[in-house]
Design a protein around this ligand. Sequence first.
Ligand SMILES: Cc1ncc(COP(=O)(O)O)c(C=O)c1O
Length: 385
Amino acid sequence: MTISFIDLAAQQRRIKPQIDAAIARVLAHGAYVMGPEVKQFETQLAAFAGIKHAVSCANGTEALALPLMAWGIGPGDAVFCPSFTFAATGEVIPWLGASPVFVDILPETYNIDPDRLRAAILAIRNDGKLTPRAIIAVDLFGQPADYPAIAAIAKEFGLKLIADSAQGFGCTLDGKHPGAWADVVTTSFFPAKPLGCYGDGGAVLTDDDWLAERIDSLRVHGKAVASDLEGATFEHDPKYLNMRVGINSRLDTIQAAILIEKLKIFADELEKRDAIAARYAAGLKGSVAQTPTVIDGGTSVWAQYTIEHANRDGLAAHLKLLGVPTAAYYPMPMHAQDCYSIYPRPGGLPVSEAKAKTVLALPMHPYLDIETQAKIIDGVRSFNG
Ligand SMILES: Cc1ncc(COP(=O)(O)O)c(C=O)c1O
């Protein structure tokens, strides 16, 4: 028996006829770019997250860049984010000429530490070289960051707040999605994500009418949108008016059609993931240094099930011999990579550095059966390193 780290084939078997039919419909109507399924999916996605607007785009990385572009963030500006995250979170900031400022995480949840965030903002403000403009909090491994605390800090300093929910789309805190606190929620539909498509895709979600319209413009080369055209007359087709410098970041119609089918089973899949996480927690108790802790009042979508072990690499090698795949997310925080080492990290990042050495993600997907999971748990328990 081979154990999958993430079993996309099992999910496909469950809804294959619906997926095939959805793809066939797109092939039949032929509107491959910005076809009707794109708007339909955006409406359904916004409803799922309890947010007014969802604007889809080409991937979760550009979903982060688009609001920064819309807000005019650029050279001389500081954007605060964790270092213990996937590189995309911080990568988009220098794209715009701005500077990431790396902030340490909480040891239990791996999400940005509000106290360290506040201290970092004060340090950057006192230093006077950069202007604090925005915060990107990450819902790492699937659980929400401490949004009430982070949103209060954003308000105190007049900063924009992005929830990078590429791994956490569908998570809640006190029954609410991150959009209840953040100006913008972004997500990724990369195939391995809890809500993934069959290629690249992403979305930006917001309650802000102005921002949604601006991002709709920016994702299609800065095209003219309704507010640009109000009261204006044109000698030529306004389709070719470029009101601002944009990019090409659209979700393919075929991917939207696939996501419509996947969204129908998403809530059920989240329940399954939760049950699997509970089985891991019970089975692994006492055998590893740490099993995941979810923030009080929070739910996780369990993009990853991350445990900790002092001999992480030894445990990974032991599991590999038993046929259990694992992954270390992330073995190197962003600031430890050469190309990001130049950016500020006031107060240092001791927790991020320590966690990079001990974290190990176990197989996690909604179709992990009890027998296979028992084998994984036994494998971890049998490690004597
Ligand atoms: C935390 C985080 N942010 C952003 C991204 C970027 O998403 P994408 O790969 O769709 O560009 C990812 C995933 O890959 C991610 O895990």
